[in-house]
Write a protein that binds this ligand. Structure first.
Ligand SMILES: Nc1ncnc2c1ncn2[C@@H]1O[C@H](COP(=O)(O)OP(=O)(O)OP(=O)(O)O)[C@@H](O)[C@H]1O
Ligand SMILES: [Mg+2]
Length: 677
């Protein structure tokens, strides 16, 4: 702008030499200098300029039902598989012709819709035939049957020989005037990746470059032009391997029809010469160059206008290349040359020493990834086979183990049911051993003994030789110990020392009334813990006639010195006791008295059932003997009586409200023990 004009005032000024005639020039108003908009910007800059909040678009009012969706399509034709030799009926073991659903609905399980293009909707769907995920592209518009190019995309895709950097084609079919193309499913498109990441590191750009260069070279060497190379049509796998896809505009140079009907690709990536001519291999290189420029610089590629020309004229500001190596810059710029003849071919690019070096590395990586995937699949299937084999081999072992457990539980339950249903653990009346002792039946010898605690049957074959008892069982029990804890814990582990036979400590032996020696027990190692505990109540005091040289104490509280009785009397006593027991059982039905817990080694189910079972209080066997004179200094008060009574009965009197102040074991009908406590 003229400086003099810019500084002019509103008045007329004289211009020219003072000697020449004066010319009056009307002064002009100063032109406002506007900030010139930068034609090129990065996507991040554009995002920053774009206001975040936008008024939401007005709601669309539908005046007629939507007909575009594939779900509204009615099945009225059989699916036709598209092959290079023409369509043929599509078959699948998962497809039922008589079913009203389409082939796609029957054979695929649709996961989600992953993209929408100008041509169709793309679904991620799991094929029921092989359980793999695929991308299925379904055309939006019905196929025009008269059109020559109605299957063009599918046919072009199927004609391209497979390549590791091209999206793989599986099959295409037509049904209800829609075209379905089943392809390999990728993770995301390059467009999505760039718009999220913005600044992609240079080594990744090199990887993308090399992958795409191989894909383009593969197409070009097969005399094909992609014609639509852009980030939208480039896909990334989960291992970041680039694959070129969307072959809707592919031109087969060998097919004159294709060349004739060639269309322009996306204007953003279009080579300038294509505006006035036909796409060529060089135009593909140009599109690839713009794609790489966009990925490397985060450039917001213009679709038209000055900026569009600026790129084609090679006027890209240097600031966009900040941080990018010169090698990469030069390569990209060479691909964007305005003159197609000056652009390098794919072959020439592959011969570049730098690219060759990187290509070798990249190929190794891609090979490794494909091997890794194959090996992972192989290992998975091997693992499945090993698991199947192990389950077959170890099933009998597991079954055997389970059987042992079941058997053990059964024995335990059976034993506890028989011995604890009516009688508490402390009462030996129901014990076969005790009844035998009362009725005078000779004790079985150790070799013949079929003890209720003998668990050495088929449950545990290695212990089959073991027996609980090697010495005869005691005839009578000592229930008159004042040691509350001791009695309480008939099932506690503290008593288990008593069955240790010879290993019992001298102190313990002295503590036992009458200095009784515990029965010599053997094979306790093979006995279940529960049985060992139960046993402890049966072997407290050995029978005097079995303990040579050791006399049983006949002091107060021991009510079982019945050696003077005849067998007949013993039997009668025993029967009386049973009668009394039944009577008490009846009385106790309403009173749930907490006794010692069942053995811990029982299965929890059984323990629970035992715990909830009504129990009978401990019997006082003193009552079987002759009534003793009350100890000197004692009175007849109920408290004193209770103090003198055995522990089990004391507890039952304490715990049972009904029995308070009332003796539990009142009388034996017709027995000598009908005296009250
Ligand atoms: N194989 C695939 N794996 C993952 N996503 C895919 C795949 N094919 C297509 N897509 C997604 O679907 C979108 C549209 O797919 P595609 O480009 O094939 O449709 P189109 O109708 O040809 O669109 P356009 O004409 O705009 O290129 C893609 O941008 C991509 O996000
Ligand atoms: Mg596309």
């Amino acid at each position: 702008m003229d400086e003099s004009l810019g500084n002019s005032s509103m008045d007329s000024i004289e211009v020219g030499p003072s000697t020449s005639p004066r010319v009056l020039v009307t002064p002009r108003l100063p032109v406002p200098v506007m900030l010139r908009e930068t034609p090129l910007s990065t996507k991040r800059e554009r995002q920053a300029m774009t206001p975040r909040f936008r008024r939401p678009a007005p709601k669309m009012i539908k005046t007629m039902p939507q007909t575009r969706s594939i779900w509204s399509v009615r099945k009225d034709t059989t699916p036709q598989l598209i092959t290079p030799r023409g369509p043929k009926p599509l078959e699948s073991p998962k497809y039922d012709r008589n079913n009203s659903q389409t082939f796609f609905e029957q054979v695929f399980q649709i996961d989600e819709i992953i993209g929408r293009g100008s041509f169709g909707e793309v679904f991620a769907a799991r094929c029921r035939e092989d359980s793999h995920l695929y991308a299925v592209k379904v055309s939006i518009a019905p196929i025009r049957h008269h059109s020559i190019s109605k299957y063009r995309e599918a046919e072009s895709h199927m004609m391209i020989p497979p390549h590791k950097n091209l999206v793989r084609f599986y099959r295409a079919w037509e049904e209800t005037d829609r075209l379905y193309i089943q392809t390999e499913l990728c993770d995301q498109s390059l467009q999505q990746y760039c718009s999220v990441k913005h600044a992609i590191p240079e080594y990744e750009i090199w990887n993308i470059f090399i992958d795409l260069l191989q894909a383009v070279h593969h197409l070009h060497s097969n005399d094909m032009i992609h014609d639509d190379i852009k980030p939208d049509n480039i896909f990334l796998t989960k291992h970041k391997i680039c694959k070129l896809g969307d072959f809707g505009l592919v031109i087969n140079l060998k097919n004159p029809n294709d060349v004739k009907s060639a269309e322009e690709g996306d204007s953003k990536y279009l080579a300038p010469e294509v505006l006035n001519g036909k796409p060529t291999k060089a135009s593909d290189i140009f599109s690839l160059g713009v794609t790489l420029l966009e990925a490397a610089t985060d450039l917001d590629v213009p679709p038209n206008g000055d900026a569009w020309h600026q790129i084609r004229n090679g006027q890209i500001p240097e600031r966009f290349f900040y941080g990018i190596s010169t090698n990469l810059q030069e390569l990209i710029k060479s691909m964007l040359d305005k003159d197609p003849m000056n652009r390098p071919t794919s072959w020439k690019l592959l011969l570049n020493p730098l690219i060759r070096k990187k290509l070798t590395k990249r190929s190794l990586y891609v090979e490794w990834i494909s091997w890794k995937d194959t090996l992972a699949t192989l290992f998975k299937s091997i693992l499945v086979w090993i698991m199947a084999f192990l389950s077959v081999v170890f099933r009998p072992v597991a079954w055997f183990h389970e059987e042992i457990n079941n058997r053990r539980s059964e024995i335990c339950a059976q034993f506890l049911n028989t011995h604890q249903q009516h009688t508490p653990i402390q009462t030996p009346e129901t014990s076969k051993v005790y009844s035998e002792s009362l009725t005078g039946v000779a004790l079985r010898q150790s070799s013949q003994l079929a003890s209720p605690f003998d668990f050495s049957d088929d449950e545990n074959p290695p212990h089959s030789q073991r027996r609980l008892f090697t010495a005869p069982l005691p005839q009578r029990l000592n229930f008159d110990e004042d040691d509350d804890d001791d009695e309480q814990a008939t099932c506690s582990s503290s008593n288990s020392s008593a069955i240790e036979g010879d290993s019992v400590s001298p102190q313990r032996r002295n503590k036992t009334k009458g200095g009784a020696v515990p029965v010599n027990m053997m094979g306790r190692q093979g006995t279940p813990k529960s049985a060992r505990r139960l046993l402890s109540c049966y072997r407290r005091r050995p029978a005097p006639h079995q303990q040579n040289g050791i006399h049983h104490h006949e002091g107060a509280g021991d009510g079982f010195n019945n050696n003077h009785l005849s067998d007949q009397e013993r039997t009668e006593r025993y029967l009386r006791m049973r009668q009394n027991e039944q009577h008490l059982d009846y009385m106790d039905r309403a009173n749930l008295i907490d006794e010692a817990p069942p053995p811990m080694s029982c299965p929890p189910r059984i323990r629970r059932s035992i715990r909830d079972m009504p129990r009978m209080p401990t019997l006082n066997f003193n009552l079987l003997d002759e009534p003793k004179p009350p100890p000197t200094g004692s009175n007849d008060s109920p408290v004193a009586k209770m103090e003198n009574s055995p522990i089990g009965l004391r507890r039952s009197m304490r715990n049972t409200p009904k029995s308070k102040g009332r003796p539990r074991m009142i009388s034996f009908p017709g027995s000598s023990g009908d005296d009250e406590i």
